[in-house]
Design a protein around this ligand. Structure first.
Ligand code: GRF
Length: 214
């Protein structure tokens, strides 16, 4: 049975597009059954509509608490009966209840080589630290922000003339490679989740995630 995927976005949705493309080509044995945004009018919603995927907008500003917003999201997401929930540029902090509800079946992509640079401004922080390498990580979501088990990482080298913007662009290229890959593996049931770590094809995955080879 193809897996049912719900994607949460807040913006342009270029990672969403990469995942849609990989479902349409048959590489991912799954279907994006809904795209939910907390912002109306974002380009990601147009991408979903162009692919004939149902869209939902739930404006967090219409709710009086994070808890009530997350409860409404859960209800909406669960109405699509997902096997996998994919955060693709979804710019909201999630409540512990929400995270626990999707434990082991919710992924996020973060623009750094976790555990380095959790949180914001990751490209500038990598530059400021004088790092020679940077990248992105697909990880399972736990209650610790950007802290759940890593599944796959994509690396880029930092050159002397790199800026935060140029790095962001380079990292985006890797994001569009590793996010569909992670979803492909999960839909093919090659990944088993536990809070202590991941198994990939029955073997413990490296703590920093499997390294993507471009
Ligand atoms: C990506 O840079 C991702 O790392 C971060 O949010 C951004 C989403 O970009 N979590 P897009 O909306 O997929 O283009």
């Amino acid at each position: 049975m193809p897996k049912r995927i719900v994607v949460l976005i807040s913006g342009s949705g270029s990672n969403l597009q990469a995942i849609i493309d990989a479902t349409q080509s048959g590489r991912i044995d799954g279907e994006v059954v809904a795209v939910l945004s907390n912002k109306a009018g974002v380009f990601g919603l147009e991408r979903a509509a162009n692919a004939n995927i149902p869209t939902e907008v739930l404006d967090h500003k219409a709710f009086d608490s994070r808890e009530s917003f997350d409860a409404a999201m859960m209800e909406l997401i669960d109405s699509y009966n997902p096997d996998l929930v994919v955060l693709a540029g979804f710019m909201r902090i999630l409540t512990p209840e929400f995270v626990r509800h999707y434990e082991g079946k919710m992924l996020n992509i973060h623009p750094s080589l976790l555990p380095k640079y959790k949180g914001l401004n990751t490209h500038q922080r990598a530059l400021d630290a004088g790092d020679q390498e940077h990248g992105c990580t697909v990880h399972f979501v736990t209650e610790e922000l950007d802290g759940g088990p890593s599944l796959v990482q994509g690396r880029v080298s930092i050159e002397l003339d790199d800026t935060s913007d140029s790095l962001q662009q380079k990292v985006h290229v890797r994001e569009h490679q590793i996010y569909p890959l992670a979803v492909e593996w999960i839909c093919a049931e090659r990944v088993s989740w536990s809070p202590e770590g991941l198994l990939f094809d029955g073997q413990p995955a490296p703590a920093e995630g499997i390294q993507f080879q471009p």
